[in-house]
Every structure is written in C-alpha cells, then in structure tokens.
Write a protein that binds this ligand. Sequence first.
Ligand SMILES: NC(=O)c1ccc[n+]([C@@H]2O[C@H](COP(=O)([O-])OP(=O)(O)OC[C@H]3O[C@@H](n4cnc5c(N)ncnc54)[C@H](OP(=O)(O)O)[C@@H]3O)[C@@H](O)[C@H]2O)c1
Length: 226
Amino acid sequence: MTTVVVTGADRGIGAELIRCYHARGDRAIAACMGDGEDLAAEGLEVAPGVDVTDLATLAALSERIGDTRVDLLINNAGVFHVDAYDQAGFDAMLRLYDVNTLGPLRVVRALERHMSEGGRIGIVTSRVGSISDNSSGGMYGYRLSKCAANQLGVNLYHELRPRGIAVMLLHPGQVATQMTAGLPGGETLEFITPQESAAGLMRQLDRLGPDTPPEFRHTNGALLPW
Ligand SMILES: NC(=O)c1ccc[n+]([C@@H]2O[C@H](COP(=O)([O-])OP(=O)(O)OC[C@H]3O[C@@H](n4cnc5c(N)ncnc54)[C@H](OP(=O)(O)O)[C@@H]3O)[C@@H](O)[C@H]2O)c1
C-alpha cells in the first residue's frame, strides 16, 4: 500500500488531498497543525500538532511514522497575506518565509529517512512565485516566499536524485479556500474547488518519477515558467 503524508492538512487543499488519496485506497496521513478532529471524525488518519516551523513537532511526526516507508510526501502547509511596497510588514514577511520556504525544507529533512528509491516529494508553491510570470508586481512577502520555495525544490531535486527520490513543484490553481476568501478583487476572479485542485495535483504527482526533470506544474498539467 502506498503511504502518503500531507502537511497543512487541517483544511482546504490539504484536507482534500487526504480525502482523495484515502478514497483511492492509499494510506493517507494528515499532518495537521491543529487536532484534525474533523478529519478524524471522517475516519481519516490524523497526526495532530504538526507545525512546519517547529522541529520538535516534526520529530514527533517522524516518530509516529516509525518504520513505515513514505512513498509520497506533499508539502502543502502555507500562509498568505496581501501586502504592498509601502506597507510591507517585515516581521509578517519573515513569517511567510518561515512557513512557506523553510517549512518544506524542515519537513523533508525530518522525513527523508522514511523515503527511499522511488519516493516522491511534491511542494505546493504558487504561480505568483514565478519570476517570468510576474506581470503585476505586489504581494511582496508571499511572492518572495514562494519564489524561494521553487528554488528550494530544485535544490532538493539535486540533493535527492542520487537516492532515486523525485521532487516536483506545484501550483494548485486559484482555489476557493479560507486562504483566498476575502481576497481583494476576488469577486472578479474565477476559482476552482479544492476537490478539482486536489484531483489535478494527484494527476501531476502520479506522473512524477525518478527521471522527471525539475518541473513547476499547474494542477491542470501546464508546465509553468520559473
Ligand atoms: N488557494 C489558492 O488559490 C492557492 C493558490 C496558490 C497556492 N496555494 C498554496 O496551496 C497551499 C494550501 O493552501 P489552501 O488554499 O488550502 O490554504 P488554507 O485553506 O489556508 O490551508 C492552509 C493550511 O496550512 C496550514 N498551516 C499554516 N501554517 C502552518 C504551519 N506553520 N505548520 C503546519 N501547517 C500550517 C493551515 O493550518 P491551520 O488550519 O491550523 O491554520 C491549513 O491547514 C498553500 O501552500 C498555499 O500557499 C493556494
């Protein structure tokens, strides 16, 4: 049986990924920052209290996983807020970097001992982290944190490739979740559901293998520019 671990699985895209992998017959472990009560009530497997900025909680997650081989690790946990050039709160920006960029690095370092040849790692970044796709500016903290997360993914690709572990960067689409609720101008945007996003992310990760070059993929399959 394939074992999948998803971080930030309390709600939104992460929770939906857990539901989809579980429904497919995989062992899906929801690494939740909170208690994951709602998911547990659905009969899903929850590892509560996993904060991607806290090494002790990641060590506890590794302990809980024990001797199980992790086939697929999805770094989904993330935070977002809108800022601007003249309203950049530097502490808040550092928080975005801590969760969105250093978070996946901490998670991979804590869990890679459970992974071996054929293992796969997905990192959910964002299209707004793309340099070439930046046609509007703004969102300083979030853009920078996700751009750096893409760079992290390519570094991890080089780091782990000799061990046969593959890495893919992913954009989940513009998804209706708590993160995007109340987004300024959001009423003019088109959103997909977390279910649609999760289904597409699974399709991309299904085709990830040891020979896949470092790629940044949209949930709809499109190859995105760095
Ligand atoms: N929604 C979109 O349109 C969109 C677009 C591009 C990229 N993304 C990315 O997709 C991912 C999922 O986003 P979403 O829309 O599902 O957002 P969401 O509904 O806000 O969910 C974010 C999840 O991350 C968790 N989280 C936050 N800080 C954490 C930490 N320090 N440690 C562990 N977990 C933490 C949250 O836990 P709590 O519930 O406890 O807060 C929550 O479960 C994020 O990486 C986001 O940046 C989303």
